[in-house]
Design a binder for this molecule. Structure first.
Ligand SMILES: [Fe+2]
Ligand SMILES: [Fe+2]
Length: 149
């Protein structure tokens, strides 16, 4: 797996699910276009993503992660986009919109690196997570201070 795509966190279950999902997304990105086969693959990705997100959200609930609601809404938006895409291929009888799919793929890769990274940090190093949160609040107020009243 390319380092620039997938960040691993040393959490075997999480990393393993991400590796599998990233491979599936990369496979469909590289596949020659054939509507029926694309649709089968896209549905498989949707199932895997739904399972992965449900597992992650259960882990967050168990850890009492304070950003669960925000994280979940990003999951929902990602699933919604892919569902819309699958509907176009299925009911609209259109070929896979590759640009749309690549945008969804990149969104997921960014989500793993940033939002999933924050959750992994929360679970693995609570002090570092608290510090990061403080820094973000500080940077935000410093940023706001650069605007004139
Ligand atoms: Fe994830
Ligand atoms: Fe996530």
């Amino acid at each position: 797996m390319k380092d620039d795509v997938l960040r691993e966190f040393g959490w075997p279950e999480l990393d393993g699910q991400h590796r599998s999902l990233v491979s599936a997304l990369e496979f469909l990105s590289a596949a020659p276009r054939q509507r029926e086969r694309d649709l089968v693959e896209l549905r498989r990705i949707l199932d895997e993503m739904r399972d992965h997100f449900a597992w992650e959200e259960a882990e967050m609930a168990a850890a009492r992660y304070p950003d669960l609601a925000m994280h979940r809404s990003d999951h929902r938006r990602q699933l919604g986009n892919l569902q819309d895409l699958a509907k176009l291929v299925d009911l609209g009888h259109e070929d896979l919109d590759v640009d749309f799919f690549l945008a969804c793929r990149d969104w997921n890769f960014r989500h793993i690196r940033s939002m999933d990274g924050n959750f992994a940090l929360f679970v693995q190093d609570r002090e570092a997570w608290d510090l990061q949160r403080e820094l973000q609040a500080w940077e935000y107020s410093a940023h706001l201070a650069t605007f004139p009243d």
